[in-house]
Design a protein around this ligand. Sequence first.
Ligand code: SF4
Ligand code: SF4
Length: 353
Amino acid sequence: MGVLKKLNDKIMSRHIPFSGVFELTSKCNLGCDYCYVSLLRDELSFDEITSILNSLASAGTMFLTLTGGEVFLRDDFLDIVRYARKKGFALRIFTNGTLMSDDALALFKELSGIFVSISIHGKDAATNDAFTKSAGSFDKIIDRVKKCKELGIPVRLKCTWTEHNIPQYNDIHVLADSLDVPLTASLLFSPKSDGTFSHLSCKAAEEKMAELIHAEYSKISDFQEFYDKKYKNTQSVTKERGGKHLCAAGISLFRISADGSLYPCVLMQNRLGNLKEESFDKIWSENEFLATLRNFRRKDVSECQSCEEFNYCFRCLGITQLEGGDMFSRSNEACLKAKLRKNVVEQLWKEVK
Ligand code: SF4
Ligand code: SF4
């Protein structure tokens, strides 16, 4: 067993809140169509944030993603970053990049242990800025990426594929390559934090999703080896997967919203408590919903037990919940993607066989 797997198993079995997402504000200066964040009136003060950071450090958290809204809209954001680094957290900063000053980047370089992740939505100013509804945002993003590179700050681009930018799939990859930065791309659409889907009119159509899945799997260098490892021994793969948790939500992962509420992850709407009223430790160790989540395994969904796509399925409890039914049941979104994934894998396997 690899060292990382052993470490992960230990973290999961002991329910150590190893990594978390901390939303510092729900305000944003851009107006992206697909944004899942809803405006919260109540925002944590600097003292409340540092007190929460203290309790997270004691509980064993190592990785924190600081996000918004747009984190640079907080006047005290750099003080929060300083404090979090002093407590020893490795930080990932999600930003739209447009408000990130040279001074901020100089501080990130000085503090080290900070990874910057900048959202991009199109291959050029015309498409990106139409999406963000902010002229000049594309140029600013490119400029900030270059500045991070120049200073040696780890930086990546982050893109969520939508109907609008899926046709630019190759161009956006070429853009990231030309800047010499990794691109994290996702088909996952987050519902808004108030649980509504009002922003999903731009969701990528099914055939585009299939194209994208095909493009991702086509990048695998030794497909035969990949297939043999992941899918060939169907029954043993099913048995092994069935005994596992679906994901780390509420087990080693958590989210804190801008008003101090604690959730199992970014998508799940189960509010576990508020960190202004109760300690992190108390909620993390005593909450009943977390106990249910930690006992739940992939095989526990009766509808999924005889499913032919079981080994191709990455069901998300948060999305299942937001589809409106029982979160511990099958999911329309997962079924659709699993079917597309299976078709693509079988097609590619036939080609290499
Ligand atoms: S429920 Fe979904 S969004 Fe939340 S951690 Fe699991 S896979 Fe990720
Ligand atoms: S594809 Fe659908 S039915 Fe099959 S395992 Fe996934 S959620 Fe369950």
